[in-house]
Design a protein around this ligand. Structure first.
Ligand code: HAM
Length: 421
């Protein structure tokens, strides 16, 4: 038997219900916030991710799925959506659109060669939004509130927005120097990843899972002390707007994020749920004001977020573990002989065109087995077709809860069903 590749899973049954539900909530909230849908390719030129997510980031050094196609092109399965959206923004010259800022949302699978565990997969699904063209701190607050409200709408409890500011380039350069000076004496004591990060991206040492309790990290200088006036003011504004929007946040000095393109606001939405261990970050994002320019587009300030649908499925399943979320159908039509089956087929089509969810038998079951199947599908109403009735232009309808039977004129069957479900 061929089995699924490590780190992937099949979404079906209850998971699929949650998957569609989560996607539906994010889509309708994004539309309400006036974001428009964009579909970007699952694979892109490898250099896109090297130049955006970052040559030194864990995602690019250890986790990408790189391959050559038959035309010898270097391609990579997307590990995230922001880089592709920015590429599409530049390539399609969206910066020239009269409607600014450009606000986009997307959903789809991403690929990261991670060590699989609960909530951490190699094929993962994200829902994300990107607002391109506004530098206003209000845009940061809007993006965070969209993510937060969507999760609230899903009934998530105990979620916290962790937020920090990485400041502008000047602030980060000053801080990087101070941090390096502080870390250097401890360097041999830190894990090999941190030793590499020291050379390539020292800020990432701050969110090392291995060394997080180490003296060097605990006594490290804080980025907030290195923000210049402008960056500090900007961050203050974002927090002020979040307070106005009634969003619970926690400033986390150690939050630096694993992707290289961020500056100013960075945030993570964290769920308090033991089962997820350190895979409890359900959504994350931030501002990336230099990425469009780095990818050879015009200077464009941007902010966005993405959340992990797979993790949200785990959380919603746990929250609803005592509830049966598999909804029943409206109508099951029983039919045994050819004449009845033909009528069942056309009647089912008419009902479906009237938005009634119904099912017919396509396994040639006995009548008794069809009744059983109707119960399994939790049918609200049964339509019991029989040749005798049909000759008289009558259809028998049975309420599957009260078991009451009614004879209905065939011409009135649609109206009858619609008014009784
Ligand atoms: P990220 O933090 O790498 O950010 O991923 C966002 C979310 O995707 C995470 O918070 C998590 O919920 C989910 N996720 C990440 N890796 C996995 C995994 N292996 N298995 C399951 N879920 C996972 C980004 O991707 C940025 N593009 C976010 C962004 C958008 N920043 C600005 N705009």
């Amino acid at each position: 038997m061929i089995t699924r590749p490590k780190g992937t899973y099949d979404i079906y049954g209850e998971d699929a219900k949650y998957y569609n539900y989560i996607k539906g909530v994010f889509t309708s909230i994004s539309e309400l916030y006036n974001y428009n849908y964009i579909r970007i390719p699952i694979f892109e030129d490898s250099s896109l991710f090297h130049r955006s997510v970052g040559e030194a980031s864990d995602i690019v050094t250890k986790e990408t799925y790189d391959f050559k196609d038959r035309g010898d092109r270097d391609l990579t399965l997307r590990p995230e959506g922001t880089a592709g959206v920015v590429r599409a923004y530049i390539e399609n010259k969206m910066y020239g659109d009269v409607n600014q800022p450009i606000k986009l949302y997307y959903e789809g699978t991403m690929y990261r060669y991670e060590k699989p565990q609960t909530g951490r997969y190699r094929e993962l699904t994200q829902f994300g939004v990107e607002a391109l063209g506004s530098d206003d701190p209000m845009q940061d607050a809007e993006v965070i509130s969209l993510a937060y409200r969507a999760m609230e709408e899903m009934g998530l409890e105990n979620i916290t927005v962790k937020i920090n500011s990485l400041g502008d380039k000047e602030s980060r350069d000053n801080y990087r120097e101070a941090l390096k000076k502080h870390i250097e004496p401890y360097l041999n004591d830190l894990c090999s990843d941190c030793q590499n990060r020291f050379k390539t991206n020292p800020l990432r040492i701050l969110d090392c899972k291995v060394d997080k309790e180490h003296e060097a990290l605990k006594t490290a200088p804080k980025i907030s002390d290195y923000l210049n006036e402008e960056s500090r003011e900007r961050f203050k504004k974002v927090l002020e707007y979040l307070t106005y929007l009634d969003i619970d946040y926690e400033v986390d000095d150690n939050l630096v994020r694993g992707l290289d393109y961020y500056e100013h606001t960075v945030f993570e939405i964290v769920a308090d749920m033991e089962e997820l261990g350190n895979a409890n970050t359900v959504g994350a994002g931030g501002r990336y004001n230099n990425l469009v320019e780095d990818l050879e587009g015009p200077a464009t300030p941007c902010v966005g977020f993405a959340c992990g649908i797979d993790r949200l499925i785990i959380i919603l399943k746990e929250l609803n573990k005592d509830r049966d979320i598999m909804s029943g159908i409206d109508v099951y039509i029983t039919a045994v002989n050819e004449e009845e089956k033909l009528r069942a087929l056309t009647l089912a089509q008419d009902l479906r065109l009237s938005e009634v969810k119904c099912e017919i038998d396509t396994l040639n079951r006995t009548l008794k087995a069809q009744f059983k199947q109707a119960d399994r599908l939790k049918a609200r109403i049964l339509i019991l077709l029989n040749s005798e009735d049909l000759k008289k232009g009558i259809i028998t309808v049975k309420d599957n809860l009260t078991h009451e039977e009614t004879k209905v004129d065939e011409n009135e069957i649609l109206d009858y069903i619609i008014s009784n479900i």
